[in-house]
Write a protein that binds this ligand. Structure first.
Ligand SMILES: [Zn+2]
Length: 263
C-alpha cells in the first residue's frame, strides 16, 4: 500500500492570549527576531507536555496589525504572555504516554460554537474543507459525552468559540491551540491550503486532529496518559502526528475512549 506520509501537524497547537477575543482572525506568522526561551519557560512548556527540544520565540503579526510573541515548538505555538497563566505542573505518574495536555475544556465551555470561516482575506475554507469540517464535527458529536459542537459557516467570529479557517501554507496539515488556562477550548484552527489537494477524508482527518488539540488531546507519546486508554504511543489514533494519504478521517476506538473518559 502506498503510504505517502504527510507530516501534518497541527503545525501548532496554539494557545492564544486572552486578547483572542479580538474578532480578527490571526494571521500568518511573520518572521521576526528569534529569542531563546529561558530555562524556566522551557520547564513550564514541558509541564504542558510540549516538546521543548527546539523552541524559539517569535513575534506573530495578527490580522489587526498587532504583534504577539509566541513560543514555537515544532508544530506547537504557545503565547508567551499566556504561559504564566497555566498552573504549575503536577507530578504525574505516567508522563510519557498518550495522550492529553494538562489543560482540557472546563464544564462551562463544553457546548462549543464552532465556525467554518467563509469570509475574505484568503482565509475562507474551500468547499472540500467545509464538507470535511462537517464530517469531523459529526464524529465528535456522535460520542456520548459532554462535549457538543454547534457548527455554522460564515463570518461571525465574535459569536464563535472555535474558528476554523484556511491559511496560505502549501503543505498539507493544520494547526491549533490547546485549551487555555481558563479551560476554554482552543479558539483558532488553521487548515493549510495544501490540504485541499488531498481527499475529503484527509481533510476530515486533519480537521479532526486539530479539533482534538483544541479540546486537549496531545500527540500519542507526548502527553499525559489517560487511564483507561491504550498506553502504547503507537496505538492508532487521529492524534498521531503523521498519517497516510489513505487516512479515513475517523476517530479510532482509543480516540473515542479517551474523549469519553475526559468528557
Ligand atoms: Zn498535532
Amino acid at each position: 500500500m502506498k503510504k505517502l506520509k504527510l507530516i501534518i501537524l497541527c503545525l501548532l497547537a496554539m494557545v492564544f492570549i486572552s486578547s483572542c477575543n479580538k474578532e480578527e482572525i490571526s494571521k500568518e506568522i511573520t518572521q521576526q527576531q528569534e529569542i531563546e526561551p529561558t530555562q524556566a519557560q522551557l520547564d513550564k512548556l514541558s509541564g504542558l507536555k510540549i516538546d521543548t527540544g527546539n523552541v524559539i520565540i517569535q513575534e506573530i503579526k495578527m490580522l489587526d496589525g498587532s504583534k504577539e510573541s509566541y513560543f514555537i515548538a515544532n508544530d506547537l505555538l504557545i503565547s508567551v504572555s499566556d504561559l504564566a497563566k497555566y498552573p504549575e505542573p503536577q507530578s504525574e505518574a505516567s508522563t510519557e504516554k498518550q495522550y492529553r495536555h494538562p489543560s482540557i475544556v472546563a464544564p462551562p465551555y463544553r457546548n462549543i460554537n464552532i465556525l467554518g470561516y467563509t469570509g475574505g482575506g484568503g482565509f475562507a475554507l474551500t468547499a472540500k474543507m467545509q464538507t470535511a469540517l462537517s464530517w469531523a464535527v459529526a464524529n465528535y458529536n456522535v460520542l456520548p459525552n459532554t462535549l457538543n459542537f454547534n457548527l455554522t459557516f460564515g463570518t461571525n467570529t465574535g459569536a464563535a468559540d472555535m474558528i476554523v479557517y484556511r491559511v496560505n501554507t502549501p503543505s498539507a496539515g493544520g494547526s491549533a491551540m490547546i485549551p487555555n488556562a481558563a479551560g476554554q477550548p482552543g479558539r483558532f484552527i488553521r487548515i493549510n491550503a495544501g490540504t485541499d489537494a488531498f481527499s475529503t477524508n484527509v481533510n476530515e482527518h486533519v480537521i479532526g486532529h486539530e479539533i482534538g488539540h483544541a479540546v486537549g488531546l496531545a500527540h500519542p507519546g507526548t502527553g499525559i496518559w489517560i487511564p483507561g486508554t491504550p498506553i502504547s504511543p503507537s496505538e492508532p489514533s487521529i492524534m498521531q502526528p503523521s498519517f497516510p494519504a489513505s487516512a479515513d478521517g475517523e476517530l479510532t476506538p482509543s480516540d473515542k475512549v479517551a474523549l469519553n473518559i475526559l468528557y
